[in-house]
Write a protein that binds this ligand. Structure first.
Ligand code: SF4
Length: 359
């Protein structure tokens, strides 16, 4: 059955239904091109700051800055946010078993699946009320500039670390969008400021935030541990510490996150403390072969760097942990490892630990 609703009623309906489905944030924006964002992205590309992502070129930037490229006739963007901030995890400390670090967003289930399922329900409810069929449902795709859309829809302002910051939820939230040809009542863009704070710039161990609002992506630990194929540059390895998948440093130091509300979504809780702070020697074993790797990480975002990428990251984290008790496992892993890139990282870890021991 279709109901006649005016724009304000329809807009309120969308927000209520989105909240009922568990979205913490919902805002509505007009779907015109993002000209300022396009100019900024083109400048970043020209300056080589997105060099690590060869596919994100000027053509892609122009495409992603106009939602009409994704849905001809689009009028509105329903911008959705879901917090993934959980209680801190306190893993057991076991001598000789150093732990790695996984970025918070990957502690639980794959957010693409979780958000997409809820967006589909939201769209079904919208369709039932309006008869509308033209829409695109997007979760974390570079085919739209999702942070700019969310800023326009009032969800958050740009922090100097380039994350979007919401005054209640900080920056630990996932974004998703529904593009629709419906006319809606729009929210004002988000406004906010970092003031004189530069904590994220000062804290980044690889100096990836080269100036406020500008991250050099091929220095960023998130890029190095997830997107980068092949060898991690030697000069950046020590700064990576024990991060094996992603990095939260520029968010952890942010004052807005210190007072952020905790998310209430069980899907993003780690099933065990090991999912947030893995036992590195256990992960060294779990990444030995495709047969050990796939079942261990199925259904999680940790499949993204693939077996060789994750094993390479574990080797760097073990090297940085510097615990001589891990040397026999590293040496055994090296003896059995066929992949030349992984071998080189295992050797680096062994050399780093033995050099520190000699000192
Ligand atoms: Fe802005 Fe400070 Fe947060 Fe960085 S740490 S995003 S400068 S408030």
């Amino acid at each position: 059955m279709k109901f006649k609703m005016n724009q304000p009623e329809l807009s309120s309906f969308i927000k209520e239904e989105a909240h009922k489905l568990g979205f913490d944030l919902v805002g509505l924006a007009q779907a015109g091109p993002f000209e300022e964002t396009q100019a900024r992205l083109l400048e970043h590309i020209e300056q080589g700051r997105i060099a690590g992502l060869a596919w994100f070129n000027a053509e892609r930037a122009r495409f992603s800055c106009d939602p009409a490229n994704l849905l001809p006739g689009v009028r509105s963007i329903i911008s959705l946010g879901m917090s993934y901030l959980n209680e801190a995890v306190e893993p057991e400390v076991i001598p000789g078993r150093p732990r790695g670090k996984v970025a918070r967003y990957a502690w639980g289930q794959d957010y693409h699946t979780v958000l997409k399922a809820r967006m589909e329900k939201l769209f079904e409810r919208l369709k039932a009320h309006t008869g509308q069929t033209e829409a695109r449902l997007l979760v974390d795709t570079a085919r739209i500039v999702d942070r700019s859309a969310a800023q326009r829809a009032g969800l958050g302002f740009w922090g100097k670390n380039t994350n979007l910051i919401n005054r209640r939820f900080g920056s630990y939230f996932f974004l998703a969008e529904i593009l629709t040809d419906l006319e809606l009542e729009y929210d004002p863009p988000a406004w906010g400021t970092c003031g004189r704070c530069t904590r994220c710039l000062d804290a980044c161990p690889t100096e990836a935030i080269v100036e406020p609002w500008a991250v050099h992506n091929d220095r960023c630990i998130s890029y190095l541990t997830i997107e980068l194929k092949g060898a991690i540059p030697l000069e950046l390895r020590p700064g990576m510490g024990q991060w094996v998948f992603g990095c939260d440093i520029c968010q952890e130091v942010c004052p807005y996150n210190k007072k952020a509300l905790l998310g209430q979504h069980a899907e993003f809780q780690p099933a065990s403390p090991d999912d947030a702070a893995p036992d590195l020697l256990a992960w060294l074993r779990m990444t030995e072969t495709e047969e050990t790797f796939r079942p261990a990480f199925r259904g999680t975002p940790l499949l993204r760097p693939k077996r060789a990428g994750l094993r390479r990251n574990v080797a760097v984290a073990l090297g940085n942990a510097g615990d001589p008790a891990t040397l026999p496992d590293l040496q055994a892993a090296l003896a059995a490892e066929p992949d030349p890139t992984v071998r080189e990282h295992l050797e680096w870890a062994i050399n780093r630990i033995t050099a520190a021991q000699a000192e």
